[in-house]
Write a new protein. Sequence first.
Length: 174
Amino acid sequence: MTSDGVVVDEAIRAAWDSYRILEKRTSDKERRQAQQRVQAAMDTYGRDEVSRGAVFLVGVLTAHIIGQQDGEEEDRLDPLSDLIPAVIRKLPSFELADPAQVPMVTGVLMAAAMGMDTVAWRDQFGTIPAKEALVHNFVLWLLADLFDSLVDQPGATDLLMRETFDSMAAASEQ
């Protein structure tokens, strides 16, 4: 973590790589590369920083899903009555999702839905335990899957994130 509490870009990229590891459309070669990048980021910045990256991305995707909805009011997902329950209900489908972590990940989703800084909100409770970090990764995957289904384009979220990371890299090289 930087001195001002900002999540490091490489930790955020590694958090997205955690999504790519879970995503069934990821090729074996890309999955291995993603695993190597996650391990390298954890070795460099620590597991907690990569976990904070996942919390950051949960906030970004939640805000993106809420903000991207167009159409009739009755077709929109309400964050509190539709979006969050839909994500939380699907967590048990992940065999490794520890039910004891659901209250904290729900809190992160609520903070995101309310437009709060998810990392700052989560940081007030201390270090993210490994079991909770894993559940944040599952939530990230579920949000990406939800967005892909809303735009009716499998892989749309991954493409959007890759383009974002590429443009960030290009901007930092200038």
